[in-house]
Ligand binder design. Structure first.
Ligand SMILES: Cc1cc2nc3c(=O)[nH]c(=O)nc-3n(C[C@H](O)[C@H](O)[C@H](O)COP(=O)(O)O)c2cc1C
Length: 199
């Protein structure tokens, strides 16, 4: 479990010519649908795109790696070969939208873990141009909330301990290695300090 979780990183450069079959995308959605869900509402549906034509239409609407200010996103040949568009079905919403977003966090992690178990890497993209949804004929109750880009990874991602100054910005080294600082175990733990019992 530790190994697959550690390997399931965000990848942003791919072997674009390696397709991902519709059957594999269906397997990933089959994992998403088993995720925990507040009130068991399961308000998410998924639109799958895995043809070069569809990918070319989607790509220009995506925002990549905000901390890498001098990088415009993957170049041609290194772009994702598939996308999963995550759509909130408002007719299936039981609780708050916040709860639905929790659900999507869990479901999307199932997708990324399942993908990595097949050596497919991915990137969640919340920073997309709203015009992306206009590419598709969608009923009003379906709202685009997240894009998951997928492909065969073509970059090395290194997780490392966050420095003491708390800088969490990811960065690239001179060989193109992508470094992701993670807060240390110690810094994630809050020391237990019990108040004296009243009376
Ligand atoms: C909800 C969410 C939205 C994200 N949106 C974007 C995005 O718009 N563009 C992008 O390049 N990465 C995006 N990411 C990827 C994060 O930048 C990435 O998870 C973070 O740098 C840590 O890297 P790791 O996933 O390898 O741990 C998003 C991640 C999450 C969980």
């Amino acid at each position: 479990m530790q190994e697959i979780i550690a390997k399931t990183r965000t990848f942003r450069r791919f072997v674009e010519k390696e397709p991902i079959s519709t059957a594999i995308l269906h397997e990933l959605i089959d994992l998403a649908r088993l995720a925990g869900s507040a009130r068991n509402g399961q308000p998410w549906q998924y639109l799958l795109a895995n043809t070069p034509e569809m990918c070319a239409r989607i790509f220009p609407h995506l925002g990549w790696a905000g901390y890498l200010t001098d990088w415009k996103g993957p170049v041609e040949g290194e772009r994702p070969s598939s996308y999963i568009l995550c759509l909130l079905n408002r007719n299936w919403l039981r609780g708050s939208e916040g709860e639905a977003q929790f659900d999507l966090g869990i479901a999307s992690q199932n997708i990324l873990l399942g993908a990595m178990s097949k050596r497919i890497g991915g990137c969640r993209i919340a920073s997309f141009n709203p015009k992306l949804a206009e590419l598709f004929v969608l009923p009003d109750h379906l709202q685009l909330s997240l894009v998951i880009a997928l492909g065969k990874p073509r970059e090395t991602v290194i997780i490392e301990d966050c420095r003491d100054d708390g800088d969490i910005r990811y960065w690239r080294d001179e060989h193109g290695g992508h470094h992701v600082p993670k807060r240390t175990l110690k810094s994630c733990l809050v020391p237990l300090q019990l108040r004296p019992a009243a009376g």
